[in-house]
Design a protein around this ligand. Sequence first.
Ligand code: NAG
Ligand code: NAG
Ligand code: NAG
Ligand code: NAG
Ligand code: NAG
Length: 480
Amino acid sequence: MLPLKFAIAVFLVVLIGNSIVAEDPYRYFDWNVTYGTIYPLGVPQQGILINGQFPGPDINSVTNDNLVINIHNSLDEPFLLSWNGVQNRRNSFVDGVYGTTCPIPPGRNNTFNLQVKDQIGSFYYFPSLAFHKAAGGFGGIRILSRPRIPVPFPDPANDYTILIGDWYKKNHTDLKTILDGGRKLPFPDGILINGRGPNGVTFTVDQGKTYRLRISNVGLQNSLNFRVEGHKMTLVEVEGTHTLQTTYSSLDVHVGQSYSVLITANQEAKDHYIVVSSRFTTPVLTTTAVLHYSSSNTPVSGPPPGGPTIQIDWSLNQARSIRTNLSASGPRPNPQGSYHYGMINTTKTIRLASSAGQVNGKQRYAVNSVSFVPLDTPLKLLDYFKIGGFRVGSIQDSPTGGGIYQDTSVLGVDYRQFVEIIFENNEDIVQSWHLDGYSFWVVGMDGGQWTQASRDGYNLRDAVSRCTAQVRTKKRKNSI
Ligand SMILES: *[C@@H]1O[C@H](CO)[C@@H](O)[C@H](O)[C@H]1NC(C)=O
Ligand SMILES: *[C@@H]1O[C@H](CO)[C@@H](O)[C@H](O)[C@H]1NC(C)=O
Ligand SMILES: *[C@@H]1O[C@H](CO)[C@@H](O)[C@H](O)[C@H]1NC(C)=O
Ligand SMILES: *[C@@H]1O[C@H](CO)[C@@H](O)[C@H](O)[C@H]1NC(C)=O
Ligand SMILES: *[C@@H]1O[C@H](CO)[C@@H](O)[C@H](O)[C@H]1NC(C)=O
């Protein structure tokens, strides 16, 4: 009798628990991370696969879902995945970067419990350690609105993840060796669309229907332009913000950024090129995929349509035109513009300048002159268990102009502070800045040196709230 009573007792507890709070749904993932041979540019190379796939599987979720992701590391090196854009409001211990999370040792597994709390939108995950990203291990994350929350456009006929990025034939260990030898990354060998080379992927559409494309730049360092032959794209969402539905014939996607566009199959029923090309580079790298009309018997032909190449102002103007639709709902039914960020007083200003240089003969990158070195234990854990071992303020909150040195840099801000951050880029490539676990409003983007007067030009009304911003080359800066 005893086991039966026990079972009933447990059942009752569960029932009561359910009737008090309707718990948010759980989604379980069991992932095996392995090396495997891939041929994205026609030559065999060692890629990082998840459950045998390159790119890895998409994570499909709905606002507030709990994601339980058990990751088995079958590589010969420690491994971590970071959930780019997921805010981890309840548990930043699983952010999956050096500062917060212990790497999964080779041959072991670890389970990540995340909740996509109060979020919608298009994001992606990627390996955050040891240049693994150059070998794969990335995939899409989508967070759909809950059924009763209005979305500012009709349901698309289908929804496609499109991961674009520059790619090297060299493996991640060889690329690391180049940096450790004091040199910068070479020019990439190509661009991949969903892990494939030219015309390696086909997206099928039906004449007259509208589709959502979720485009993320998962590459290492190149800004890319995305376009579809003969078709216009309507931008609808940027990293969790529903945008003004502006129509573009091509879109710049900087490293780490995610965009959702709608595209209607309203052209001749043949196959059309989807084109991705590098921005601000000479030469220009270009690759293609295929938009296939289901009734088409005509393959793509001729040269793919050209796009912007080195024009910086074009890109800047496009970025400025991307704004929040203040009357559309986000994860909740209240309009996205009901929180007036522009009326909140800034309580702290931080200026961050990126730089590149050599440290002990190795190529390193720095923020306000500090090149970050991880400690053996994640800072988040040292802090939580009050162990110490790092110093808050070990990086200045504005550029010092000094040479690069190594430290475990930790910048302090106070709880509930409203912070203005100015990014400065004196390098000759576009830099992407990602604030892990947070979104920020991109209030200004301009050339020249930032001054107090730059604040007069801030967009304090309908800037987009996002997690990754590009900062243009040489003396151009952004503020968030
Ligand atoms: C992961 O894949 C490798 C290679 O196929 C296999 O040896 C290993 O048993 C798998 N691990 C799990 C947990 O499935
Ligand atoms: C490792 O995976 C096994 C099942 O595959 C699971 O039972 C166990 O909880 C996992 N361990 C961790 C630490 O996630
Ligand atoms: C903004 O969102 C509203 C509400 O969903 C929608 O009706 C409107 O068309 C959108 N406006 C633009 C310019 O995207
Ligand atoms: C990368 O390629 C080099 C040869 O170029 C090889 O020695 C090394 O083992 C490879 N590393 C991995 C992780 O595949
Ligand atoms: C912002 O600061 C001004 C001047 O100090 C003050 O009058 C105002 O109430 C503050 N606004 C908010 C929202 O705190």
